[in-house]
Design a binder for this molecule. Structure first.
Ligand code: FES
Length: 160
């Protein structure tokens, strides 16, 4: 685990800037995640204090929204679409392939830290189903072979 105290200056800057904004909690969490790559646990008491909330309230919001990470991200993030159009074009089989290849649930990080899986519910590429997003880039009309190549690329250091 990284030394989370290194993130405290950034967290304090975000809080200083945002704490008086109405509904500040979500913008604060987004800004911290953008700056640190995730929301460090060390941020929770700082946020709670600045917004006069309890620790449980802040933790509850972080865990409710799937977009917030509580650990540093893997080197690559793969978001496989699981919504209707992609489902009808084989997304469930691709999800099973990913689970097997990476020994992961649908949502998790591989043991070597190379790749995180995150399901997503429509990427706006339904006509080109099945689709996924890898590190922000869309890949559509996926086949099992293409998916395996993409994952292999992520697992080889320095590529992808
Ligand atoms: S349902 Fe998968 S991109 Fe829309």
């Amino acid at each position: 685990m990284p030394d989370e105290t290194l993130h405290l200056p950034l967290i304090q800057r975000v809080l200083e800037r945002e704490k008086d904004t109405p509904g500040a909690l979500l913008p604060i969490l987004h800004a911290i995640q953008e700056g640190c790559g995730y929301v460090p646990d060390a941020a929770v008491p700082e946020i709670a204090h600045a917004l006069n909330l309890s620790l449980a309230e802040v933790r509850g919001v972080i865990s409710f929204y799937h977009d917030f990470r509580t650990a540093p991200p893997a080197r690559h993030t793969l978001r496989l679409c699981r919504a209707e159009s992609c489902q009808s074009m084989g997304a469930e089989q691709l999800a099973a392939q990913l689970r097997e290849q990476l020994s992961l649930d649908d949502h998790g990080t591989s043991a070597d830290g190379s790749i995180s899986l995150r399901p997503v519910y429509c990427l706006g590429a339904c006509v080109c189903s099945p689709a996924l997003e890898l590190d922000g880039q869309l890949h559509a009309r996926l086949t099992p072979e293409r998916l395996r190549e993409l994952v292999n690329g992520c697992q080889e250091e320095g590529t992808c």
